[in-house]
Write a protein that binds this ligand. Structure first.
Ligand code: ADP
Ligand code: ADP
Length: 228
């Protein structure tokens, strides 16, 4: 089964000034382990598509499955990790406790949890900030916490909407390399939204180019030998 299968998906928002056709007849199948980037101008529906896959919103038409299940069931089963531009950290939990959350939900024991959290914080360069609270961190640091949290349970699918947007250049390059390594090692499929074409080219098996009004897939560009 596909990691994500989108068939004929439409999304129409009703607004005070009329309808916005955010997504129009989107077809996309993402294989397990495949790295897909979504690129295109602002307003072409990238975030909307991500939100549908993550079950944060519902399509107006068409079907969408995640590992052969409804998006709702996949969310309940915690089949994916999410890192969106808004880090979405719990302000009352420390950095370490935010990263530990998916592990707690999966019943990982406390010793194992602690060592995995230490490893994850080391990977994103935040070992010294384990006991701080999110509001004591810069935006870029909060994003790194969100990335560590998304990776904590080694999910089969990672949904990342401009996760590196607030990072400085050095950190971004480090995180890109880590992400490639992690997706190769764990075999996770990744859906990655970015404004950077070089980033999309560097990271992806296929780049999905979208266009706005209405949001459509304009082109799918294979980046690796063997990617269809
Ligand atoms: P992108 O992520 O590619 O910039 P979005 O998915 O955010 O694009 O938006 C696609 C279109 O849908 C835009 O025209 C946007 O204004 C509209 N849109 C997104 N979310 C909403 C919403 N909650 N209500 C109304 N319109 C929306
Ligand atoms: P507890 O669950 O012990 O009451 P917290 O809410 O502070 O405490 O932490 C939740 C989880 O976060 C802990 O169970 C542990 O797995 C992890 N954690 C907390 N602090 C650290 C730390 N400094 N290093 C590694 N993991 C930590």
């Amino acid at each position: 089964t596909a990691a994500v299968e989108v068939r004929g998906v439409d999304k129409v928002f009703e607004t005070r000034t009329g309808q916005v056709h955010a997504l129009d007849a989107i077809d996309l199948a993402i294989a397990p382990g495949e790295f897909i980037s979504l690129i295109g101008p602002s307003g072409c529906g990238k975030s909307t598509l991500m939100r549908l896959i993550a079950d944060l919103d519902e399509p107006t038409g068409g079907t969408l499955t995640v590992f052969g299940k409804t998006a709702r069931q996949a969310r309940l089963d915690q089949d994916y990790g999410i890192a969106f531009q808004q880090a979405g950290l719990l302000p009352w939990r420390t950095v370490a406790a935010n990263v530990a959350l998916p592990l707690e939900l999966h019943g990982v024991g406390s010793a194992e949890r602690r060592s995995r959290v230490e490893h994850l914080l080391d990977m994103v360069g935040l070992s010294d900030f384990a006991d701080r609270y999110p509001d004591q961190l810069s935006g870029g640091m909060q994003q790194r916490v969100a990335i560590a949290r998304a990776l904590a349970e080694q999910p089969r699918l990672l949904l990342m909407d401009e996760p590196f947007g607030a990072l400085d250049e050095m950190t971004r390059e480090k995180m890109q390399t880590e992400l490639v390594r992690i997706s190769a090692e764990t075999g996770a499929a990744v859906v990655f939204v970015t404004h950077s074409i070089p980033e999309a080219v560097f990271l992806s098996d296929r780049v999905v180019v979208m266009s706005p009004r209405p949001g459509r897939i304009q082109q799918v560009v294979p980046m690796r030998l063997g990617a269809e």
